[in-house]
Design a protein around this ligand. Structure first.
Ligand code: HEC
Ligand code: HEC
Length: 295
């Protein structure tokens, strides 16, 4: 009897630590930003946020554990398949606006911890809205072709395995925080141009400029130290005293600010160890701001 009670208690502790590990991963992976329609006071994770892309408007789905409107009836295996293979429970392909190209690199146990956390958030009865896409993109069948060309089921890790800090940074940057989903330019079909990975783009989400974060001295962040980058990911302040705007402010607020300092340093060390790529993207935010004062 006693023994059974003790093991039930320790199972509860295990569950609690799995849920808190899952919450940490949830933050690092930035799920909340896309799946909460904050601008319209949407409920937490109930979806409905509009993501404007050059292909049309995607509305994110409800990922609360509501049995009918959310993902409350999904099994662990279905959840793993959605995140790591971009497939719905009915075997349909997801659009890459859901960054499974990055999440494919997530460890299975991390995906399961994430699900354990999601199971604890309040269910919300909010119905999914259809995407607004041209007819030829409404047919999900054609996504097989896209996936064949651009999707690597092993994920985008660059395999810096020798140094454990770099390996952690690689995992955080490429699989979890998907920095490259915004900081890498895309071709006409919306696939990432891997030769310019992290080198920035003038046509990021919502058509915004996303800066080059490779350590190129002129066009990237080659003059930043590891501490500068760690500090930016915590506070949003750049070494010149500017503050992060737009989507990056969200990434910091919902995500990197909540990570441990050692994880932020691992991200910084990994990013600054990338090959520098020369790619000038628009005017840096600071220069734009200055222009407004130059008559
Ligand atoms: C950049 C925005 C973005 C981020 C970040 C994001 N998602 Fe999504 N997610 C989407 C979009 C868009 C879809 C819809 C894809 C489609 O309809 O093909 C989606 C679909 C899903 C689905 C399928 C739901 C269904 O009803 O079929 C699940 C589950 C999901 N996301 C979970 C997550 C989790 C967990 C995270 C964090 C690890 C996450 N998403 C991060 C945009 C995002
Ligand atoms: C949702 C899109 C998105 C994601 C994901 C994202 N970023 Fe950004 N990032 C931006 C945008 C947009 C800016 C420009 C912000 C501004 O104008 O202040 C930016 C700015 C930056 C800057 C400032 C560069 C400069 O020259 O001022 C750094 C450094 C940076 N991001 C690093 C990262 C890292 C590291 C990650 C992953 C942990 C990441 N970003 C994930 C969109 C994103």
């Amino acid at each position: 009897m006693l023994c059974a009670a003790a093991s039930a208690a320790s199972a509860q502790v295990d569950d609690a630590s799995k849920v808190s590990r899952g919450e940490y991963i949830f933050r690092a992976a930035g799920c909340a930003g896309c799946h909460t329609d904050e601008a319209n006071n949407g409920e937490f994770l109930a979806g409905g946020r509009a993501l404007k892309t050059s292909f049309g408007v995607f509305y994110t789905p409800n990922i609360t554990p509501h049995p009918r409107y959310g993902i409350g009836r999904w099994t662990d295996a279905q959840f793993v398949r959605a995140l790591k293979a971009g497939l719905s429970p009915r075997g349909r392909n997801y659009y890459p606006a859901f960054p499974y190209v990055a999440y494919a690199g997530m460890r299975r146990e991390d995906v399961l911890a994430l699900k354990a956390y999601l199971d604890t958030v309040p269910p919300v009865a909010w119905k999914n809205r259809s995407h607004e896409l041209p007819w030829y993109l409404r047919l999900r069948g054609t996504l097989w072709l896209w996936k064949w060309r651009y999707f690597d089921p092993r994920g985008p890790l660059s395999n810096s395995r020798r140094d454990p800090v770099l390996a952690r940074g690689d995992y955080l940057v490429n699989a979890l925080s998907h920095c490259g989903e915004c900081h890498t330019p895309r071709d006409r079909l919306g696939g990432r141009v891997e030769a310019l990975r992290h080198a920035g783009t003038g046509d990021g989400p919502d058509g915004e400029d996303v800066p080059n974060i490779t350590p190129h001295r002129k066009t990237g962040i080659g003059t930043w130290s590891e501490d500068d980058l760690e500090f930016y990911l915590e506070t949003g302040l750049t070494p010149d005293g500017d503050s992060a705007g737009s989507l990056m402010a969200e990434v910091i607020d919902n995500g990197t600010r909540h990570l441990s300092r050692s994880d932020r340093l691992a991200i910084a060390r990994y990013v600054l160890s990338l090959p520098p790529i020369e790619n000038a993207v628009g005017a840096p935010a600071s220069a734009k701001r200055r222009e407004q004062w130059d008559f």
